[in-house]
Design a protein around this ligand. Sequence first.
Ligand SMILES: *Cc1c(COP(=O)(O)O)cnc(C)c1O
Length: 360
Amino acid sequence: MQPRDLSSHAAYEAGRGIEEVARELGLDPDSLVKLASNENPLGPSPAAVEAIRENAGRVHTYPKASHADLTAALAEQWELSPSQVWLANGGDGALDYLSRATLDPGDWVLVPEPGFAYYGMSARYHHGEVSTYRVSKDENFAQTAEGVLEGYDGERIVYLTSPHNPTGSEIDLTEVEKLAERTTEETLVVVDEAYGEFSEGPSAVELVETRDDVAVLRTFSKAYGLAGLRLGYALVPEAWADAYARVNTPFAASEIACRAGLAALADTEHVRESIETARSARQHMYERLEAPTWQSAGNFVLAEVGDATAVAEGLRRRGVIVRDCTSFGLPECIRITCGTEEETRRAITECNELLREAAE
Ligand SMILES: *Cc1c(COP(=O)(O)O)cnc(C)c1O
């Protein structure tokens, strides 16, 4: 007896964790700098940590009140009704809900190339098919309605990532609106704002308020520093409200996740500091890295370094873990997460040394 044919499903490979790399290199984990997964270098909000401690004794009950409270808090923040907030087990879980609510077997989704792998994975899990549009290096990864429409052929979901992972580019709201106008009534435009807090631009949530064909994805994994908790959500059109109850895994966001999420949401100072740290790290990388970089609206910077696999490996041996973008189809680029000032400085120094050595 075997599982169904999964040969078209790419296995997700998470970046290697600090302990794993430390063990392999025989180094102290504390001496390593991990800037590979766009995690928050400041850690979680202390208020969230406190909430996790305080609520540990309550995990024998299903998270009914906390789930409702967090949904209500998010609805208030975004000025939507609670039924438009779909809490999930990470942003990835919210992508699954959108797939479940939208795709019939054989339906198509349109995803950016290069782009976030889970859009396509989720579609395939739900018996969907995947086509791509280019976010082109020749155009500095600019995102426009026109560019997306070149790849569009009536797909049920069109994914936009703004700020875009791994390039850091953004798409203007006017372009999102133009795209939603030009796609058919049966197409949902999903704007993935996993890095939205780091951007200076407005959220596409204003289009969720006014239209029935735009949804927004948000997560607590990045600016809120709660990647390990798995908490994210989709903001969906009003007309979609009752679909959540029909597709969600019961209590997909745990008691601890909801309580920590509520505390993190209230800790605006931690988010502000996280954003400030990322902005300053981005600036350092643009200015000091001896490699071409692209302006990024996220908490990471894409840099062109030649042989990305060799550079990422060389950096790893020097104790700095970055993301080799070969699997994104950018074999000449690495993506460096914004660290603390010290971590970022170390990454820049090691990278520059390595590049100079390679040039000799
Ligand atoms: C990190 C990320 C997400 C969501 O991650 P979760 O940890 O599942 O919330 C979604 N989209 C992009 C582009 C990301 O980089």
